[in-house]
Structures are given as C-alpha cells and as structure tokens.
Design a protein around this ligand. Structure first.
Ligand SMILES: Cc1ncc(COP(=O)(O)O)c(C=O)c1O
Length: 397
C-alpha cells in the first residue's frame, strides 16, 4: 500500500508549513529568523521602478509586510486550508479591519448573541456611525436567520464555539442559507482552533482567530489572523496597510513558535476540558455545565458533526450566586484568575466580575450572563491535578 500523501495532517503542517519555502534565508537558520526591520532598501532607482512594476519583490515598508510575519501567515493559511491569510496585531484588530473593509456604509450584518464583548461593542457602537444595521440572532435559530436574510445582508459573523456558553453554529446550514442570498459567512474559530474545526471546509468564507489564544498558546503575545479567498482577504489586507495594526516581527516569531506545538497543546486542552466537564457534571454541588462535548449540551450533535475535538474551555454554574462562584474561584490553587484562554497555563474567570462588571445587572441578564457562571480555560497541566484542585475548591467554597 502506498504511503504517499498529498496533504499533510494538521500536526505536520503546524510544524513545517511556511517554514522552508520563501522564508528569510539567513545562515541556513533552521528556525525562521526574526527580521526586525521597519523598512526595506533598494539597490538603485531601477530596482524601485522594477518593484513598482512588479518585477522585483519587496515588502517596501513594515506596514505592508514582513518575512517573519509572512511565514506565520503561510502556516495559518495552510492550517485552515485557505487561499490567503492576513495576520495583525490582535484578534480585535482582525475583527475591526475585516468589518470595516467588507461592510459598506449603510450595509447590514447578522451576528449571534453569545459573542466576545469587544466585538459586540464595536458592532453596536462604531458600525452604526457608518449607518450599518445589525440583526442579532441566537446561534442555532435558523428561522431567525431566514427572516434576517429577507433583506440584503453583507455578512454573517459568529463565533463557534461561542464565548462563554460554547454554543456551536451549524456552519454548513448557515453557509447554505447565506450563500443563497450572497451573504459572506465569517466564523471566529478562536475557541475551536484549526485542529478541532476547519471552518472553511465546512462552508465559511472567512475564518478569524485571536492568535493571542491557542495559536500562540503561551499567554505571552497578542495577535490576530484571518484566512479565506484572495478576493476577500485582498481588501482586508489593503485596509490593514492603512489602519496599521501590524504585528511586530518579534511577536510574529512567538506566534510561529507557538503554532508549531498547536496540535499537541490542543489535544491536551481538549482532554483536560472533557475530563473536567464530566467531573463537574457528576458533582452534586454543580448546577449546570456547558461543554459541547457533553451529551447534555444543546449543540452536542452539531459539534460532533463538525468538530474533531470540543476545545479547552468549560463553563459552569455554581450555587450561591455571585458570591458562591467567587468563593470557588478564590479557593482554586492551580489556574490563574485572568481573562483569556488557550495558553499553557489554565485560567479561570467569573464573567460577571471580569468582563461584565461595568454592566448593570439588567444588561447582564439581557446579554445572558449569569452571575454564578465560571469560565475555566484549560491549559496543558495534568487532568488529575486540575480535577483534584477543583474538587478541593468545591469542598472549601
Ligand atoms: C472569541 C474571541 N474573538 C476575538 C477576541 C479578541 O482577540 P484579542 O484579545 O487577541 O484582541 C477574543 C478575545 O478574548 C475572543 O475571545
């Protein structure tokens, strides 16, 4: 039987993609060098003219590109199986640049309810200044999507899984409906990673990542990325060069290095989250657990059909309201109390206290954030230690 393979598996791509071809060749360095420059020089005026007329390749200036960043873009592009990729200085920079580039003034978008707070803020406070109208639907409400699509809609934007309730959007169904109406489908796949979910293969037109999370994976760098067709990435890249949210080359190196171990880290985070979710679900002191890998999760079947792993984040509700959840968090010994997710260290937060403290209780209720909700983002520690820690915290709180 032939062992020749046309496409490598994700774990092989994560290590090798982008690294050999086209990377900066400095002293045959095995690792991609950090090209720490803000500009690129030309040997003579003819070379400048050759560049302008497409005969001489150059990034010209740091805001238009960088070889280290380019290598990171190639790796992410390959991992998501897309045609083009643009990486930027943060996930939010990818969100804002994408929406500004693709949604025209007076346009209309559809988003889903459970959504990263700052994305929601940009959509509800900045886009209206350009006359952009937004319809917000439940991630699984196909009838609401059909109703929204009765009017022209430029773009559908949703996380999958969502933050913090880990709802899973049925990407093929959404794509079918949106594409019938000429609507672009964008999936923020930050919580899934390209290891657990290939949003483009499922029908999305663009996939977005906060590279700060699993891609970089060490809680030490901020980055964002978008992958899709050149026709969609081109205008985003052009606006990115104007808005200027470029990733520093050193940060691009950290992102690249992080991505090499993505597959291993995600497998461990998946396993840790699955073990923790099952433990919590069987614990009498826990009121409710949200994890798409659990049969009890409303979107479990959809998740099973489109994800190969269910991610590293588990959300759950504890008795005793705001205080009960705070006491539990304060009794934990392993995870750090911090926002974010996807790094090697486990992190824990109470969304009401961390991200939604500035909102009134009424507004929190409207958004659907329960005061007793805990979001636990697994790192790559040992599941037995994490569970023992959770058990002692439940006993002490
Ligand atoms: C799902 C999701 N998308 C986007 C972002 C924004 O990414 P960044 O923090 O890298 O700007 C976040 C940040 O938490 C997120 O959770």
């Amino acid at each position: 039987m032939s062992r020749r393979r046309d496409k490598p598996e994700a774990s092989t791509s994560a290590v090798h993609s982008g690294e050999r071809e086209g990377r900066p060749n400095v002293s045959d360095s095995l690792t991609t060098p950090i090209v720490q420059t803000s500009t690129y020089w030309f040997r003579d005026t003819q070379e400048v003219i050759d560049y302008q007329e497409g005969r001489h390749p150059s990034f010209e200036y740091g805001r238009y590109g960088n070889p280290t960043t380019r290598t990171a873009e190639e790796k992410l592009r390959e991992l998501e199986g897309g045609e083009a990729c643009v990486i930027s200085a943060s996930g939010m920079n990818s969100v804002t640049t994408l929406l500004l580039a693709l949604v025209p003034a007076g346009g209309r978008i559809v988003t889903t309810r459970d959504c990263y707070r700052r994305t929601r803020q940009f959509i509800s406070t900045i886009l209206p200044k350009m006359g952009v109208e937004t319809t917000v639907i439940d991630p699984s409400d196909m009838e609401a999507l059909d109703r929204a699509l009765e009017q022209p809609v430029t773009l559908f934007f949703s996380e999958s899984p969502t933050n913090p309730y880990l709802c899973v959007v049925d990407i093929p169904r959404v794509a079918e409906r949106c594409h019938a109406r000429g609507t672009i489908v964008v999936i923020d796949s930050t919580f899934a990673t390209p290891i657990n979910q290939r949003a483009l293969a499922l029908g999305a037109d663009l996939v977005l990542h906060s590279g700060t999370k699993y891609l970089a994976g060490h809680n030490d760098v901020m980055a964002g990325g978008l992958v899709g067709s050149e026709a969609l990435i081109g205008p985003i890249r052009d606006l990115h060069a104007i808005l200027g949210g470029v990733l520093d080359p050193h940060a691009a190196y950290l992102l690249l290095r992080g991505m090499k171990t993505l597959s291993l880290r995600v497998e461990r985070a998946n396993a840790n989250a699955t073990a923790i979710a099952r433990f919590l679900e069987s614990h009498p002191a826990v009121e409710r657990v949200y994890y798409p890998g659990l049969e009890s999760h409303a979107d479990h079947e959809v998740a099973r059909s489109q994800m190969s792993g269910f991610g590293g984040v588990v959300s759950f509700e504890l008795p005793g309201g705001l205080e009960g959840a705070s006491k539990f968090i304060d009794a934990l010994r392993i995870p750090y109390i911090a926002p974010s997710l996807g790094g090697v260290e486990s992190l824990v937060e109470q969304p009401t206290v961390m991200s939604y403290w500035d909102q009134t209780p009424e507004r929190r209720a409207e958004i659907g954030i329960h005061d007793n909700l805990v979001r636990y983002a697994c790192g790559i520690e040992d599941a037995t230690d994490l569970i023992a820690d959770i058990e002692q915290a439940l006993e002490r709180s």
